[in-house]
Structure formats: structure tokens, C-alpha cells
Design a protein around this ligand. Structure first.
Ligand code: SF4
Ligand code: FES
Length: 241
């Protein structure tokens, strides 16, 4: 039987709430187990070596988007990343850039997503007649439902924000997640906003015309969402206003 490997984790540590604390990398060793993910490894490190280690998780199944971090330079979900992917057994973990740091590997993506939602009005704007709860629901075509479902798969993990060089250079850029969500409402026949309304929100350098097509979002999105296709769709819509 082959002997289990020893993994080496180099982890960013910094607690902004702790007066005098300074950012540093701390090294930990751990015996690899079959099927181990980076998320499982972090739990074991916290349970057996350092209870102060901060990182986020909820679902452990790639659904909640909480465990996103930079793993060996690549932003992705810790619960969907096998330690076996790293043949030399060295794994470096950093928090996602572009978000407020809570501590160590934990960042405040929730605050970012809420501010984005308020800035872009990311909720359905239906006809006032649709607010009548006694009205019979109107069916949606399966084709439209499929298109909306595709974009609803976003788990708001923040990976595309961290992977976008434009966003890192220009903080006011709405990023792929913002444009994907606008595309979702633009496609929804129940939403009364027109292309002209959306143009006033994202028809500028902070929106569709600021994207430099560097593809960081599409290359890293753990849900394989079609960012480039949707941004091109919105650009065509905005250009026709
Ligand atoms: S679009 Fe993809 S990478 Fe961006 S927040 Fe949604 S799931 Fe995460
Ligand atoms: S813990 Fe929910 S996506 Fe990883």
C-alpha cells in the first residue's frame, strides 16, 4: 500500500480586528487523505492545529459560493478543489482580492454583492398589475425559463471579480457578475425595463464598454457561466439604443 503524502499549506494570516497584527504567510503540514479537498484540509488544520484560522463555508458542495479563495494563484472554490490536483503537495492559499478582508481567508463578498445589487437595481421590475396577488399567474415559455435558469446558476462566489484585471484596476467597473445579472433581467419578459433603461446603468466604461475581453471571468467561474456571450449580447443591445 502506498504511503499517504504530507501536504504543505502556506496560508495567508492577518486579522484586521487585532491591534498590531501584520499580514504574514504561515506554513502547516497535514497528511493527505483519499478524496481530500482543500476545504476538508482547512477544517482539519483548524480542528487539529490552529482554531484561530478564519475561512468561510456553508454547503461544502459548490452551491453557496462561500469558500472561494485563491489556490496556488487561481481563484476558485475550496470545497470543489482536490488536494490531489497538486502533484508536489505544496498549496498556497490567499484571500480573494477585491473584497474587504474579514480575516485570513475570509472576505466580505456579501457586502460587495449587496452594494452591486443596490447600484444596478438587480431585482425584478414587473408591471404594477403583476403585484395583484389575485391575478392568475402567467406561464413562462420553457425556452425563456431555460435561458433565465442558466444565468440564475450564479452562486455569487466573487471568483470572477477577483479574476478580472479590469475590475482590479478600476474599482467602479461592475464586473462580469454585475453584467450577468443585468442580462438575466434584460432577458426576463416580466421585467418592464427597456434597453434604454439598462443603457443608463451599464452603457459606459464602468459597464459593457469597459470590458477588455481578458476572459479571466469565463476561465475561472466555477459554474461555467457564459460571461462573454452575455456581455456581447448586452453590448449589441446597448449599441442599438
Ligand atoms: S458569475 Fe461565476 S464566478 Fe462570478 S460570482 Fe457568479 S458563479 Fe461566481
Ligand atoms: S462551501 Fe459552499 S461553495 Fe464551497
Amino acid at each position: 500500500m502506498s504511503q499517504a503524502r504530507t501536504l504543505t499549506f502556506s496560508i495567508f494570516r492577518y486579522d484586521p480586528q487585532e491591534p498590531g497584527d501584520k499580514p504574514k504567510m504561515v506554513t502547516y503540514s497535514l497528511t493527505e487523505a483519499p478524496g481530500m479537498t482543500v476545504f476538508i484540509a482547512l477544517n482539519q488544520l483548524r480542528e487539529t492545529q490552529d482554531p484561530s484560522l478564519q475561512f468561510d463555508f456553508v454547503c461544502r458542495a459548490g452551491i453557496c459560493g462561500s469558500c472561494a479563495m485563491v489556490i496556488n494563484g487561481f481563484p476558485t472554490l475550496a470545497c470543489r478543489t482536490l488536494t490531489a490536483n497538486y502533484p508536489d503537495g505544496h498549496i498556497k492559499l490567499m484571500p480573494l482580492p477585491g473584497f474587504d478582508l474579514i480575516g485570513d481567508l475570509s472576505v466580505n463578498t456579501g457586502k460587495f454583492m449587496r452594494e452591486l445589487s443596490e447600484r444596478l437595481s438587480l431585482w425584478l421590475h414587473p408591471n404594477s398589475a403583476d403585484n395583484d396577488i389575485h391575478r392568475i399567474e402567467a406561464p413562462m415559455s420553457p425556452e425563456e425559463a431555460t435561458k433565465l435558469y442558466e444565468l440564475e446558476r450564479c452562486v455569487e462566489c466573487g471568483v470572477c471579480v477577483s479574476a478580472c484585471a479590469t475590475k482590479q484596476m478600476r474599482d467602479t467597473f461592475v464586473g462580469a457578475v454585475g453584467m450577468m445579472k443585468i442580462a438575466r433581467f434584460e432577458l426576463d419578459s416580466r421585467d418592464t425595463r427597456t434597453a434604454d433603461d439598462f443603457y443608463h446603468v451599464i452603457g459606459n466604461q464602468d459597464g459593457v464598454f469597459g470590458c477588455m475581453t481578458l476572459l479571466g471571468c469565463q476561465d475561472t467561474c466555477p459554474k461555467d457561466l457564459p460571461h462573454m456571450q452575455q456581455i456581447a449580447y448586452l453590448r449589441r443591445k446597448m449599441a442599438s439604443v
